[in-house]
Design a protein around this ligand. Structure first.
Ligand SMILES: NC(=O)c1ccc[n+]([C@@H]2O[C@H](COP(=O)([O-])OP(=O)(O)OC[C@H]3O[C@@H](n4cnc5c(N)ncnc54)[C@H](O)[C@@H]3O)[C@@H](O)[C@H]2O)c1
Length: 297
């Protein structure tokens, strides 16, 4: 790896004029990615399960010039866990825009609960969206990215893609999975000499509604959420989810333009990366101790 963190032999690669697909674009990091790409002159294909959130992102992207002639914004409702729908979606994007250069597999959900008490259905839900959604999207778009002659797959994992946390087994399993899948893909395209770059993104805490949406989902599924759990959630959000999504998106797109295979977002992700490398066998005990200490506060 060159000192720049760039892939050997690759030059900086602007997103301007590229067709970029972003999943989960209706909120948070996905919305910020769409707007950052729009600012840098990309053409956009945006999707989400939230029609309202998606419409707002598309409107804001158009206001940034993404809707000007030749730079229309393609929008579609897409549940990334639906494999058939993802393949049909890929065809519709290529039919409409002619080519696809970059795929940002961003859509994801959070979930909490211990291994002992979590329902199997919750593991299925989280893995279907966070891991299988990434696999479906990559398989659906990869032939088109290769055909573009200048493709890039950008899969959003997490700090929990290299550090597992108690109470987050489904989420951690999904995000470790995204990392493994993405690194295997990178090895494959390099071995095959295909014109596709591959990046895995590991954000630390970003100020989005991911945690509150998970809480809402738990309540809607009939789980009793105590006032103390809700208060703890709020404290967690305020303390740990701090980086504005716009800043996270800038870091990601800078990393993509620089051709970085591994994009760490935030000092928290960078610090945890070092700690886990130094203490690969012992970090879970450290995480448990920190978790106990913070729940007393
Ligand atoms: N916010 C953080 O601190 C953080 C940290 C690490 C990783 N991430 C990852 O970043 C990604 C974006 O999360 P965010 O923080 O912006 O959350 P968010 O909740 O603000 O946005 C997630 C978006 O994904 C959409 N979505 C949910 N299920 C979907 C499905 N089945 N199909 C399509 N879209 C779906 C939601 O409607 C929402 O618009 C996720 O993969 C998440 O795991 C977030």
């Amino acid at each position: 790896m060159a000192k720049t963190g760039r892939w050997p032999g690759t030059a900086a690669n602007s997103v301007s004029g590229k067709v970029c697909v972003v999943t989960g674009a209706g909120s948070g990091i996905g919305r910020a990615l769409a707007l950052e790409l729009a600012k840098r002159g990309a053409r956009l294909a945006l999707s989400d399960v939230s029609d309202g959130g998606l419409a707002e992102t598309a409107e804001r992207a158009r206001a940034l010039g993404a809707g000007s002639p030749g730079r229309g914004v393609h929008t579609a409702r897409l549940d990334v866990s639906d494999r058939e729908a993802f393949f049909a979606y890929a065809e519709s994007v290529v039919d409409e825009l002619g080519v696809v250069h970059q795929l940002y597999n961003n859509a994801g959900v959070a979930s909490s609960g211990t291994v002992l008490t979590s329902d199997w259905s919750e593991y299925q839900r989280v893995l279907s969206i966070n891991l299988f959604g990434v696999i479906h999207g990559t398989q659906a778009f990869l032939p088109h990215l290769v055909a573009s002659g200048d493709g890039h797959v950008v899969n959003v994992s997490s700090l929990n893609g290299f550090m597992a946390q108690g109470g987050l087994s489904a989420y951690s399993a999904s995000k470790f999975g995204v990392r493994g899948f993405t690194e295997a893909l990178r090895a494959e395209v390099l071995a095959a000499g295909q014109p596709v770059r591959v990046s895995v993104v590991h954000p630390g805490g970003v100020r989005t509604s991911i945690a509150s949406s998970a809480m809402e989902h738990a309540k809607a599924s009939g789980h009793r959420v105590t006032a103390e759990e809700e208060a703890q959630q709020k404290r967690y959000d305020e303390k740990l989810l701090r980086m504005p999504p716009e800043q996270a998106a800038r870091i990601v797109v800078d990393g993509v333009e620089a051709g970085r295979p591994r994009i760490l977002v935030g000092r928290d992700a960078q610090l945890v990366d070092v700690v886990v490398r130094l203490l690969p066998a012992h970090y879970p005990a450290l995480v448990a101790r920190l978790g106990r200490a913070s729940s007393k506060r």
